[in-house]
Write a protein that binds this ligand. Structure first.
Ligand SMILES: [Zn+2]
Ligand SMILES: [Zn+2]
Ligand SMILES: [Zn+2]
Length: 542
């Protein structure tokens, strides 16, 4: 059913198209049963089973149409393929359209008006419906057995091949050339070129007489033929064989001549199909341009692909009206595509910026100019966070971070604000209730003293740098990140200055050592003295 039909019924729309394996309309019911079975099998896809049952319940508007109107609609399709698809929708439609003398005119008329030109009349062994199935149906490739949309490669042999060249070559290897014998009864392809992917140069087939062209036959068939020919030559030839050969010669002649006609029609169909495709490509390119759509996106939209496949199957060109009919769906799909693209872009930019920030952090850390928070906390500084989440840029941050004095200043500012607040918390945990101030430059701030040692309540661990100490100084607290966290834990991880407590044991030891050395803990010289004399301390208990 193409756009020409006023209201395609839901059932008609959701038919599994004409593209199924069967050759004959009589298999329609089998097919329905088969479909039901596959639906049962795919219990996991509840939506499939749901929609199948929903379709069964929905009354089709096609069924309720009076026959004259149904015929009118079908005649407008100009395609036996569409009539066949409708006939396969339900038992009722099948009974109405198939082998029913009063509806035969529909098939005949669409056969005459179909594109690219009228389909040759069927031979008497076909009903109109089975003929449409014979010409239009899709099915399994003879070699790889995969489903293919292609019509028969050879109508005489009823052989279907997919577009894969290897399948074609493989099938050809099973064949032998058979020649000019006038009256032959071997089953043979209608034309030597029917297995080629692209048949150029159409010769006027009507001029070609049966049996005058070299063509292909299956090796097995040819061998059987030769055996029979030998038997016929013998004196004691049986009447039965004579009759059967005679019958087959007659049939072969008919099949061959008819298949040639359809093949010629098929080649024209394929040629037109290719031309329509090229034209539709151009159309959608221009149309997308006009609408301000990305044509690449449009061609990947399911609604468009569906529409286009339908149209091209019946060799119709896309029109503005066709696109209008799917506009809503198409625009929604386009939006989804562009949103997904933006998201992908943002994510990849985000990753790059994140890496830039990591590198910058490492640079700052190795410069040792300033006490730094852990990388995790560093990312949460306002200026870093803003840079990390910047959306409207594709450039990496690396250059800005390296060269911009303003950014360096802002980062420095953020870091010192951060350290100030951390230090005041730590100061409280050391027991100082107020801010500590001193006019003397020789007196050490409590947090900078050797006695200011902390441990992490959360993990009770220290970084490798502090392993010999077993506790952290105030810079160590700032840079601390509980080690051994998984990625997920790290994402949840919230650093807080409150997770650190004064290490009383370390405090006592250091105080004692300083006392022994007769240095006060707030004396600025204590830092250098202790370094020099660190090795001269002896433990008295062991
Ligand atoms: Zn194949
Ligand atoms: Zn910790
Ligand atoms: Zn000891």
């Amino acid at each position: 059913m193409e756009m020409t039909s006023p209201a395609p019924s839901p059932a008609a729309e959701s038919t599994p198209h004409t593209s199924e394996t069967a050759d004959d309309i009589s298999q329609t019911e089998n097919r329905a049963r088969k479909r039901a079975r596959t639906d049962e099998q795919s219990v996991s896809s509840t939506s499939a089973t749901l929609s199948a049952s929903a379709i069964a319940v929905l009354p089709s508007s096609l069924i309720s149409l009076p026959l004259e109107l149904l015929a009118e609609v079908l005649l407008l399709t100009n395609s036996p393929r569409d009539v066949l698809a409708v006939a396969r929708c339900s038992k009722f439609l099948c009974n109405t359209l198939v082998s029913n003398p009063s509806t035969e005119f529909i098939w005949k008329r669409v056969r005459a008006t179909c594109l690219p030109r009228a389909l040759p009349d069927p031979t008497e062994n076909f009903t109109e419906a089975s003929y449409a199935a014979y010409v239009y149906d899709a099915g399994a490739c003879e070699v790889c057995e995969k489903h293919t949309d292609h019509m028969y490669a050879s109508f005489a042999l009823r052989v279907r091949l997919c577009r894969n060249d290897s399948c074609r070559n493989r099938y050809k290897s099973l064949m032998v050339e058979v020649g000019h014998q006038g009256d032959t009864w071997v089953r043979r392809a209608e034309d030597p070129r029917c297995f080629d992917t692209i048949a150029v140069n159409l010769s006027p087939y009507s001029d070609v007489q049966f049996g005058t062209v070299m063509t292909w036959a299956l090796r097995a068939d040819r061998d059987k033929y030769e055996k029979e020919a030998a038997a016929l030559g013998a004196e004691s030839v049986s009447e039965e064989l004579k009759q059967s050969v005679f019958r087959r010669v007659k049939i072969q002649k008919k099949i061959q001549t008819h298949a040639r006609l359809i093949l010629q029609w098929r080649l024209e169909y394929e040629k037109t199909h290719a031309a329509v495709k090229v034209r539709n490509d151009r159309f959608i390119l221009a149309f997308s341009e006009r609408e301000g759509w990305k044509s690449k996106d449009v061609t990947s939209c399911q609604s468009y692909i569906r529409l286009r496949r339908q149209k091209e199957r019946v060799l119709e060109k896309l029109t503005v009206y066709d696109i209008e009919s799917i506009r809503l769906e198409l625009e929604a799909e386009l939006l989804r595509i562009s949103e997904a693209r933006e998201r992908r872009e943002y994510e990849s930019n985000y990753r790059i910026r994140r890496e830039d920030i990591t590198h910058h952090y490492e640079r700052l850390k190795s410069a040792r100019g300033q006490v730094l928070p852990s990388l995790c906390e560093f990312r949460r500084l306002p200026v870093i966070k803003a840079m990390q989440e910047k959306t409207n840029t594709k450039e990496s941050l690396a250059n800005d971070l390296k060269t911009s004095g303003l950014i360096a200043e802002l980062i420095k500012n953020d870091v010192s604000k951060w350290t100030d607040s951390v230090r005041s918390t730590l100061l409280r945990s050391l027991g100082y209730q107020q801010e500590w101030r001193s006019a003397s430059t020789k007196r050490l701030h409590p947090l900078d003293r050797l006695t200011a040692r902390f441990c992490c309540r959360r993990c009770n661990k220290v970084e490798r740098r502090y392993k010999t100490d077993g506790c952290l100084d105030s810079a160590g607290v700032c840079g601390h990140q509980c080690p051994g966290l998984s990625k997920a834990e790290l994402r949840q991880y919230q650093w807080s200055a409150n997770q650190f407590v004064k290490d009383d044991k370390a405090f006592a030891v250091v105080s004692e050592v300083l006392k022994q050395m007769q240095v006060k803990d707030d004396d600025a010289t204590s830092l250098t003295i202790s370094k020099k004399s660190g090795r001269n301390i002896r433990c008295l208990s062991c």
